[in-house]
Ligand binder design. Sequence first.
Ligand code: MN
Length: 208
Amino acid sequence: MAHTLPSLPYDYSALEPHIDARTMELHHTKHHQAYIDKLNAALEKQSELTGRDLEDLLRNIESVPQDIRTAVRNHGGGHANHSMFWKIMRPGGSQPSGQLNEAISQTFGGLNDLQEKFNTAGANQFGSGWVWLVQRDHKLEIITTANQDSPLMQGLYPILGNDVWEHAYYLKYQNRRPEYLKAWWNVLNWEEIARRYEQSLAWAKKAA
Ligand code: MN
């Protein structure tokens, strides 16, 4: 079955003033849609892959036939990354709690310290890419990836990630990526992120 664009769980203007409505609309209807269209076009050439779970394909990217591997990596990565991105945001934002909040304190000292390290990593990512919070061997870690590469390709489960491609912020922030990185924390959905943290623990157990 072909991949389709997931609808946003809020309006395009819902994340204002931190992320503007025009950016959200273009990002969702043009950029994300383009990844999906190109992923579907690639998978049509290898019909035995059409039923496979996308995360499964990404974590086993080397098993994807060579003629479509780059397309699945770029556009499948783009589809998976953006599908996560919309869901980990919400109007009004929220605060981390429970087990995840404790893990953040243990690893980084606190949320402010996590934000600072994460924003520095995101600002230093040269060119297009993503900055992530992942879990490796039951410890939280910040990593960056180029292009649309997913942490799944390194055997890591993405707990949260921010898109630092210019298309994610340029209309409002132009060259001021650090300002966008800072503002983004105001619209995070920590309930969904906590769910992903649980998922990362379950996933690590399965992989071990
Ligand atoms: Mn994007």
